[in-house]
Write a protein that binds this ligand. Sequence first.
Ligand SMILES: NC(=O)c1ccc[n+]([C@@H]2O[C@H](COP(=O)([O-])OP(=O)(O)OC[C@H]3O[C@@H](n4cnc5c(N)ncnc54)[C@H](OP(=O)(O)O)[C@@H]3O)[C@@H](O)[C@H]2O)c1
Length: 270
Amino acid sequence: MRPLALVTGASSGIGFEIAAQLSARGYDIVGVGASGRIGTLQSELEKAADAATPVGTVVPVRADLSTAEGVEHVWEQVESLGRHLDVAVLNAGKSLGGSFVDTDLEDELHMLDLNVTGQVRLAKHVVQTMARQRSGRILITASLSALTPTPYESIYGPTRAFTYAFAQGLREEMREYGVTVTALLPGATATGFHHTAGMDNTVFGSNEWKNDPAQVAQQGVEALFAGKDHVIGGNRATRRAALLNRVLPERVKARRFAKDSRPTPSHGAH
Ligand SMILES: NC(=O)c1ccc[n+]([C@@H]2O[C@H](COP(=O)([O-])OP(=O)(O)OC[C@H]3O[C@@H](n4cnc5c(N)ncnc54)[C@H](OP(=O)(O)O)[C@@H]3O)[C@@H](O)[C@H]2O)c1
């Protein structure tokens, strides 16, 4: 039987590319997305596959991972397969751009529910299952934003800092069970992410200069199978930015970040 991978945020962007690469490595996929487009996952994976590696079983699950019910629904689908869970990719997430003075508190709390609470809820199921199995590999998508203050995305960055620290702590706990935990820290990547965050009117809003999601996914998947603690996702400039984020003072990093995240009339249509 083929191995099984759970991938959240599999309908687009980095998560879709991760699902495609796991599929190419012979994995069956349980793919989770919030909207109806997860329904086309099987056909999209088939389009992305090469003829030599046919796509296996694909189980699309539509669920809102910001709610307890959504997470339980996903987990029921995984359990109903009655199979060993070999890989779990906790990747779904979103941001919200703008000055904290102006942004909507409910939107921010929803983001916390998805990026933090929902991730912890799902991780509990995954970790307990893999501990029982005494095997498994977990990939958690954090961000380069975990390493810097993120003005004009002032709640998003801290959610990814949580994710990164959470992954590193879990990694140590899971060693005795033979389970690896790897954090993927992408730099800015050309997906629908910044548009969804309402950031078209920022430097981040343009996809022209950003990383290729397929490259970021490949770096994540390779690090997952190498059992690394973390990997930076992106090109040379992104890896350089990661190094700078390790040494520059917080106030300097905050200024640098704001240049790309601050809404300006000269960017986008707004
Ligand atoms: N793009 C970047 O610049 C960047 C940089 C660093 C880190 N990241 C991280 O990478 C991860 C993936 O982002 P991406 O760039 O690939 O963005 P994306 O293309 O917007 O994909 C987001 C995915 O998450 C799903 N999702 C959104 N809200 C959800 C909810 N409430 N419940 C379940 N699923 C939900 C979406 O489903 P639908 O398609 O159905 O809405 C979609 O599959 C995120 O965790 C993000 O923080 C992104």
